[in-house]
Design a protein around this ligand. Structure first.
Ligand code: AHR
Length: 508
């Protein structure tokens, strides 16, 4: 266990000393496992050709879902999975995706490539897949082009155990017991693709939908999530927190992508160091966003009952050359590992308010953890960071304060080092450290004092170049390896963080 207050020093190589404090007594919120959540949309090859290959595929599958993906996501300990969108959610009519597959209607996926959606992957497919993965499902309801009745019936279809037209339909479609889905999104990006609404208009819509999704006292304990702000739109959060009664609001969402420039997002692999820095700057903005949205929520909800749910985040670049621009397929480099590491540290450190986050997206879309190419599958650097960090799930946050050395490029500076720490129920303390500086090591010193630990071990993810990635030819080029770059005496733990690296240490 960590002591009351342990002191860490973080030294730059030029021996400029920065003192860092770890305070294990400061409140100790638990890091909700759902901060490590994911997002799967009917977009490009995320569902079709990604998760879902159909049960007649020669790729080994269970009810059409790839076994290798299920295994990889189980290993990742994916706690929650959001579906079916995204923008797609507000065009999705769930009844199109249940019942005999041959009889399901086709629609056009207007947001993503204009492709035909045959609805062969629907509610049963998704919820049964979540059961196999061990992830809680998070269903995003259609507010933009749907109705209150439609969403209410979806809730009944998947959750009602008694006799009703919806539960009868579910049983007729092969599922006797309800799935008891807790997490429900009330629309998505209502300010944009979800209906281009004003915050005031959406707040009223939300109240209407939330009213009919549950009963007077929300006895089924639904966790209803309001479609949240776009990045720095603080007014949106203010209006929702002001206008929606909190007894019908369990979470407010926030979306923020790490983008260099929406008009010129640049290549996911062929980028300059300046572009690397711009991406990281955009990712690190999450700290300011979470702090400011939380402060607004604190004003209306000082007891922190309503959660901040960052249900879309990640790096967004130009699509890979030659791929459909509407499919958002991009490669995943060490830059993405840095984005994942620093963002998850931010979420951990704000665990008092951030209680779920969903990386966009799981397979073949944006900052994916898995890429597929026909029967081949690879794990991206982002997968490995999320796997290394899953030790923080449901562990007690150990707050850290420190002043990072700068990563300097020309006239730009960013904090080079990012840290979060937690203690799990077995008494193991894990510290995740990221050094985004691609050229310089940074030394971190734990003044061990009375930190009671017998052993330290660690893993590191790194690669010589920030542009490095795992390809189908070299799928294991980047993977975590044991980390020995520390010295451990009774008083002092000294860690040398290599350039552009993510390290997770275990002290027990
Ligand atoms: O994740 C891709 C898209 O980004 C989602 O569909 C939408 O919600 C956001 O704009």
């Amino acid at each position: 266990m960590l002591p009351l207050v342990a002191i860490i020093s973080c030294l730059q190589l030029k021996s400029q000393s920065i003192q860092v404090t770890i305070d294990s007594q400061a409140g100790k919120p638990v890091i909700n496992r759902n901060i490590y959540g994911h997002f799967a949309e009917h977009l490009g090859a995320c569902i079709y050709g990604g998760f879902f290959v159909g049960d007649s595929s020669r790729i080994p599958n269970s009810a059409g879902v790839r076994n290798d993906i299920i295994d990889a996501l189980k290993k990742l300990k994916v706690p929650v999975l959001r579906w079916p969108g995204g923008c797609f959610a507000d065009t999705y009519h769930w009844k199109d995706g249940v019942g005999a597959k041959a009889k399901r209607p086709s629609i056009v996926n207007t947001w993503w490539g204009g492709v035909t959606e045959d609805n062969s992957f629907g509610t049963h497919d998704f919820l049964n897949m979540c059961e196999k993965i061990g992830a809680a499902p998070y269903l995003a309801g259609n507010v933009g082009s749907g109705t209150v009745q439609e969403l209410t019936e979806w809730v009944q279809y998947v959750n009602f155990g008694g006799a009703s037209p919806m539960s009868k339909m579910r049983k007729d479609n092969g599922r006797e017991n309800p799935w008891n889905v807790q997490f429900w999104g009330v629309g998505n990006e209502a300010w944009g693709c979800g209906g281009n609404m004003t915050a005031e208009y959406y707040a009223n819509e939300y109240r209407k939908y939330a009213t009919f999704m549950s009963d007077w006292g929300n006895s089924s304990k639904l966790f209803r999530i309001a479609s949240g702000a776009n990045s720095g739109d603080f007014k949106w959060t203010e209006v929702l927190m002001r206008d929606i009664p909190h007894h019908m609001l369990e979470g407010v969402a926030l979306h923020h992508y790490a983008v260099i420039d929406w008009n010129n997002k640049s290549s996911s692999t062929a980028f300059t160091e300046q572009q690397y820095m711009s991406s990281l700057k955009s990712a690190l903005k999450m700290e300011e966003l979470v702090t400011k949205h939380s402060a607004i929520m604190d004003k209306y909800d000082p007891a922190k009952k309503v959660a901040l749910i960052v249900d879309e985040w990640g790096g967004w670049y130009n699509v890979e050359p030659g791929t459909n621009p509407g499919f958002l397929f991009q490669q995943n480099t060490i830059r993405d590992a840095m984005i994942a590491g620093v963002t998850l540290n931010i979420f951990n450190n704000h665990a008092d308010r951030v209680r779920m986050a969903n990386l966009a997206q799981t397979v073949n879309v944006l900052q994916a953890v898995i890429l597929t190419n026909r029967e081949k599958m690879l794990l991206t650097p982002t997968y490995h960071v999320m796997e290394m960090y899953n030790v923080h799930q449901d562990a007690a946050l150990v707050p850290v304060t420190f002043r990072s050395p700068d990563y300097v490029l020309g006239n730009d500076t960013l904090a080079a080092v990012s840290i979060s720490a937690s203690t799990d129920t077995n008494g193991n303390t894990h510290i995740s450290l990221v050094n985004i500086d691609p050229a310089r090591s940074h030394e971190v010193r734990f003044s061990a004092g009375n930190i009671k630990h017998k052993a330290i071990s660690g893993r590191i993810l790194s690669s010589p170049k920030i542009q490095d990635f795992n390809s189908f030819e070299q799928p294991d080029k980047i993977r975590p390896v044991p980390f020995n770059g520390f010295t451990n005496t009774s008083d002092l733990v000294t860690i040398k963080l290599p350039p552009a690296s993510v390290v997770v240490l275990k002290m027990n």
